[in-house]
Write a protein of this length. Structure first.
Length: 1209
């Protein structure tokens, strides 16, 4: 206390005074320059000399002074204010203050300026320049140290070579402290308010802060702390730590050798590095090399765009991938790897393990939407168990261990009994009495080995059965009953209802394998293929059967009925063909052996036309028809020849019947009236000849009247002449006494009529002449017999007939003789016989008609060459069943009831059964129905590993959440440590991109340019990150955590719901208690976990086979089930096809004669089914009974037998 502590200015005496440490000083004057000078002197007396001592001395230039503590003579200050070199109006007469220097003098040219040292200039008003070669050129500026220099107002440069300089506009309020420290606007716009502290520290840009040796920055608002640190990104960068570098605009690099080169990027930790925009790397050697990435943890690496890594040595290389946990690796695009050493190597997947290390996901809330994960036991309520209700023993599997719980069994609940080995009984009065049986729910029973019964009163009595639902029962072995009161009483069946309580199975994807379930979209083409207007009701799912209208089978409402009708038609055709062959059907028929054959007996039409393609035919084998006035019989050629012969005989003159049945012209030799003769060749000519000669005779008679009178008297009395009468009443004779072969009536005019001729006897031995009426009668009968309009001419001749007959080509032709008509008919009948036989053969072998078969073994077609939208099998009695149908194989094949039952969509009564199937044939998704979705309950823990396709449950996700909470707590502690230890790095609010407390709630932390943490205990890390909810955390550029207790991790991620979590670039968790995992994932419902979004769903891999009623199933299980269904459908189709082929192959041939037997074999093919058959038909000797039997064997090994008996009458 008795030594000099310091020298202060004594205003009363106007001198410097040595004082103790308790003395207080005051400035010499009120001028700003004096205060600045005193402040500088207070920094250290070395710059201006020591305190004045009492010993007087003379300086080298002869000035008065005093010795200092070192014995150096110093100029003694004037005791009069205004005369010293330091003062408001200093007017020292010396050119400069004496300093140990021989350089140029100091110059204080600015008003109230202070300049101390050689070559020092202080040109700014109220400026201070102290040192050697120092200059202070700005208003209120200060330069301290050799070669230090200040340009601009209110700036400070302290240190050897320290400078505040400008190339454009001088900076203001800038500070440069340290050897060669520099604040300059070189390369940037202004340097106002910048600070550079440290050797060679360099600050450029408005409001920047640089602290540390060789640190530098060129952007506005930058903060650089640490040796060789730099922030050269052009603005708002933060670099804290030795050799740290923030090269991107708005970037943050904190830690030794940390680098943030991307715009808005954050690198925190030793050697942490971000090389792309908006990326975040926190942790030693952590790196974010792609855009919008987040890497948190030592050596964490985010190399995929929008990727997020949280954990030591974690990696995320896929687009939008998320890796959380030690060494977690998310390689697939939009994949998520959760947990230590987890690997997600496929796109759009969430993995919580690897191929060698799988995990459970626990604490999963009950799923409600189609893409939700499900927990193991969504249906279980909280169980409050008293000790008396719980009996759990590990057991030794010894046979003599007996208790309410069997060996290794568990029984929980009042009167619960688990007596089976390893059985489980949970709930009051539950029973699990078989090995490995599980009974969950009051009064539930699991009495079959490996049976599971879940639900109040549920019962699983068959072996390996599963029951889920109140009162449900599975009694068939390997059966499953799903839903309240469902019944599965058949082996290997799945039931979702019971009689009268059927259910739909919705959101079923299209089956692709043989045993897959089919959905309505798959059944629709089958129903459409049935035709006949078959439809599926889009609301109820009911199938409206087809309605086939068959020309000869009526209306059929089933395929079986339609095929049955067609089969009946085919049978009818066969019968008719048999009728064609045995004459019982058709235009030409015979009622039975020995019966008359009829032609068109039951049809109209005026003629039977036998004309064929070659013209008219002969009608041979015609028996002689009756020749009467009323006869309708056809006459044969011999009858016509007889008539013609009789006519020719009657005509005489050598007239004969020609070979074609015509009558040759006669030849009469008559007198020519002059004594000679002439030959006439017709009856008319003969009569004309006779008429002429009679006329001549009349003349002669007239001339010889006398003679004639005499002669007439004699002739009249019949006594003379060739014509005589023995007496009255006697016969008249002509030439009775003369010879001659003929009586010639020819006269000079030719032939004469012989009139008054009585009808002669017409017998075979008759020699009587016949008169004209007799000949006319014969001719008339002949004309009538000939038909065709034939009549008797006036001269007694028969006019030619005119028959219109078919020409064999569909047209007609006219013939004018019976012979031509018969020839025409004969030819056409022959053709018809061949056509009918050919038609019978073609119909029999299936080459013509609507139902055809190309050849043995070929498929049978129905109406293949005709149009029409449906095949109707309806008969007169209504629809028919189509039986014997093989199982359909192709898309347009008919399916059988067995196939529909085998799909699991139809029960044994033919009613629909609900089942879960794929949404479509691509097998890309399965949608569960219901307005609010369908829960998938009791899901076993899925395999969480690379390549796993298994679903995870709530418990597994809860474990992940707990692990994340632990890791986050550790991260929070590390950030807290960083916060408490890094506060001296400049402080400031989040808008400056600094690390420190947020501007809002208590306990907040902000890291990154423009980040805001306004909620209490909130954290915002990354450029533009906002954590406004209490206890919220936002990590990543542009991330936002607005919900209370929410967490948003990843660039652009949003967690707005209370207790929500969003992990991954662009992920959104808007529902309360929701979790969105993976880039772009959306969780918009309360208490939900989402690993994707609408249109961008992800797979949940490594899912184990589901075993409990609420387990998720993997693709392998679905494929197995669909494969079984398809196989059963194919079996039904094959059997149906083979059945059709069997019906087609059975022969049905008829013996040609009574007493004969036909043995025949047949083969047929229908689609993929084929069959062979053999049969025999016997006709009894009386021709009335037919007996037929046949047997067939199909390609599926089935056999069929047929027997028929028929009676003909």
């Amino acid at each position: 206390m008795n030594k000099t502590y310091r020298n202060i200015w004594n205003t009363a005496t106007g001198t410097w005074t040595a004082v103790a440490e308790t003395a207080r000083s005051r400035s010499k004057g009120s001028a700003r320059a004096a205060r600045q000078a005193l402040a500088v002197l207070a920094l250290g007396s070395a710059s201006i000399g020591g305190a004045f001592a009492a010993d007087a001395c003379t300086t080298e230039d002869g000035k008065g002074g005093s010795l200092d503590a070192a014995g150096v003579c110093k100029v003694t200050a004037s005791r009069t204010i205004g005369t010293d070199a330091i003062g408001t109006t200093a007017t020292l007469t010396d050119d400069y203050i004496k300093v140990n220097s021989t350089g140029p003098v100091a110059a204080a040219t600015g008003a109230n300026a202070v300049a101390m040292g050689q070559s020092v200039t202080s040109s700014g008003s109220s400026s201070v320049a102290i040192g050697s070669g120092t200059s202070a050129d700005g208003l209120h500026s200060m330069a301290l140290g050799a070669s230090s220099r200040v340009v601009g107002n209110s700036n400070l440069a302290v240190g050897d070579g320290a400078t505040v300089s400008t190339l454009t506009a001088p900076p203001t309020n800038a500070i440069a402290i340290g050897t060669r420290a520099n604040v300059s606007d070189a390369g940037v716009t202004g340097a106002t308010g910048s600070i550079a502290i440290g050797n060679s520290a360099s600050a450029g840009g408005t409001g920047s802060i640089v602290i540390g040796t060789s640190t530098r920055h060129s952007g506005s608002g930058a903060t650089v702390v640490g040796a060789n640190a730099s922030a050269m990104g052009g603005g708002s960068g933060v670099a804290i730590g030795n050799s740290s570098a923030a090269a991107g605009a708005g970037s943050v690099a904190t830690g030794p050798n940390a680098t943030a080169t991307g715009t808005g990027s954050v690198a925190i930790g030793s050697q942490a590095a971000t090389t792309n925009n908006n990326s975040v790397a926190i942790g030693n050697t952590a790196s974010g090399s792609a855009i919008n990435t987040t890497a948190i943890g030592g050596n964490a690496r985010a190399t995929g765009d929008n990727a997020t890594v949280l954990g030591q040595s974690g990696a995320a290389s896929g687009l939008g991938a998320v890796g959380i946990g030690f060494r977690a690796n998310a390689q697939g695009d939009r994949s998520v790897a959760l947990g230590m050493d987890s690997v997600a190597d496929r796109d759009n997947t969430v993995s919580v393990g690897s191929a060698t290390q799988q995990r459970q996901i626990t604490n999963v809330a009950a799923g409600t939407a189609g893409t939700d994960a499900v927990n193991v036991e969504q249906m279980n309520a909280a169980i409050t168990a008293a000790d008396k209700y719980v009996d759990i023993r590990t057991g030794t599997y010894a046979a003599d261990v007996a208790a309410s719980a069997g060996d290794s069994a568990t029984a929980v609940g009042a009167n619960a009994s688990a007596t089976g080995q390893s059985a489980v009984a949970l709930g009051g009065n539950t029973t699990a009495s078989a090995a490995n049986a599980v009974a969950i729910g009051t009064l539930s029973r699991a009495t079959g080995n490996n049976a599971v019964a879940v639900g109040v009163g549920a019962a699983a009595t068959g072996a390996n059965t599963s029951v889920l639902g109140r009162g449900a029962l599975a009694s068939g072995n390997n059966s499953v009953a799903l839903g309240t009161w469902s019944l599965a009483d058949r082996d290997n069946s799945v039931s979702v209802g019971s009689s009268g309580l059927e259910r739909q199975v919705t959101n079923v994807a299209a089956g692709t394998q043989a045993t897959d379930a089919v959905n309505v979209s798959q059944l629709q083409p089958v129903v459409t293929a049935l035709g006949g207007g078959a439809t599926i009701n889009p609301t109820t799912g009911a199938v409206t059967g087809p309605r086939y209208t068959l020309a000869n089978g009526g209306t059929q409402t089933t395929v079986g009925g339609a095929l049955g009708a067609l089969d009946g038609n085919i049978t009818t055709i066969n019968t008719r063909l048999d009728g064609l062959s045995n004459g019982t059907v058709g235009l030409v028929q015979q009622a039975g052996p020995g019966a008359n054959i009829t032609v068109g007996a039951s049809t109209d039409g005026a003629a039977v036309d036998f004309t064929g393609t070659a013209g008219a035919r002969k009608l041979t084998g015609v028996e002689a028809g009756a020749v009467t006035a009323t006869s309708k019989d056809a006459v044969n050629g011999s009858q016509l020849h007889g008539v013609s012969s009789s006519v020719a005989s009657a005509i005489g003159g050598g007239s004969t019947v020609n070979a074609d049945g015509s009558i040759s012209a006669p030849s009469f030799t008559l007198g020519d009236g002059s004594g000679g003769t002439t030959t006439v060749t017709s009856v008319g000519g003969a009569i004309t000849n006779l008429d002429g000669r009679v006329t001549t005779n009349e003349g002669n008679i007239a001339r010889n009247t006398g003679d004639i009178a005499d002669l007439a008297s004699q002739i009249g009395s019949g006594t003379v002449g060739l014509v005589q009468q023995a007496g009255a009443g006697a016969n008249i004779t002509v030439g009775a006494n003369t010879d001659g072969a003929a009586v010639d009536f020819t006269g000079t005019a030719g032939a004469r009529k012989l009139t008054g001729v009585d009808a002669g006897a017409v017998t075979a031995a008759s020699k009587d002449a016949v008169n004209g009426s007799q000949l006319h009668g014969v001719s008339d009968s002949v004309a009538s017999a000939i038909g065709g309009g034939s009549t008797v001419n006036a001269d007694g001749s028969i006019s030619a007939p005119s028959f219109t007959v078919g020409d064999g080509s569909g047209g007609t032709t006219t013939v004018h003789s019976v012979g031509d008509a018969v020839t025409n008919l004969d030819g056409r009948v022959t053709v018809n016989e061949g056509a009918v036989a050919s038609l019978a053969d073609q119909i029999g072998n299936g080459t013509v008609g609507l139902v055809q078969q190309a050849g043995p073994g070929a498929n049978i077609t129905v109406g293949a060459n005709t149009d029409g939208a449906a095949v109707s099998f309806i008969g007169t009695a209504g629809a028919r069943k189509l039986s014997g149908v093989a199982n359909g194989v192709n898309d347009d094949d008919a399916v059988t009831i067995a196939q529909l039952k085998a799909t699991g969509l139809i029960d044994y009564t033919g009613k629909e059964i609900a089942a879960v199937t794929y949404d479509d044939i691509s097998l890309g998704s399965v949608t569960f129905g219901g307005t609010g979705g369908t829960k998938l309950l009791n899901v076993a823990p899925g395999l969480i590993a690379a390549g796993s396709m298994e679903a995870v449950n709530g418990g597994q996700l809860h474990d992940l959440q707990e692990r994340f909470a632990q890791e986050y707590a550790r991260l929070d502690g590390r950030v807290g440590n960083l916060e408490s230890g890094g506060g001296s790095g400049g402080g400031g609010g989040g808008s400056d991109g600094n690390v420190g407390r947020g501007t809002g709630g208590d306990g907040s932390l902000v890291v990154g340019d423009g980040s805001v943490a306004s909620g209490e205990n909130s954290t915002a890390v990354g450029q533009g990150a906002v954590a406004s909810g209490n206890n919220g955390s936002a990590v990543g550029q542009g991330s936002a955590a607005s919900g209370s207790n929410s967490s948003a991790i990843g660039q652009g991620s949003v967690a707005s719901g209370s207790d929500s979590t969003a992990i991954g670039q662009g992920s959104k968790a808007t529902g309360n208690g929701s979790v969105a995992i993976g880039a772009g994932s959306v969780a918009d419902r309360d208490n939900s976990v989402s690993v994707g979004s609408a249109g961008h769903e992800r797979q949940i891999t490594n899912v184990a086979d589901g075993t409990a009623p609420t387990d998720a199933v993997n693709v392998r299980q679905l494929d197995q089930r669909f494969g079984e269904t398809n196989r059963m459908i194919n079996d039904v189709a094959k059997n149906a096809y083979a059945g059709v082929a069997a019906a087609m192959a059975m022969p049905n041939l008829t013996p040609s004669q009574p007493g004969k037997t036909v043995v025949a074999a047949g083969a047929a093919n229908y689609k993929s089914g084929s069959a062979i058959a053999a049969g025999a038909t016997y006709r009894t000797r009386d021709g009335k009974w037919l007996m037929n039997g046949a047997v067939s064997v199909t390609s599926t090994g089935d056999a069929g037998v047929r027997a028929q008996v028929g009676y003909e009458f």
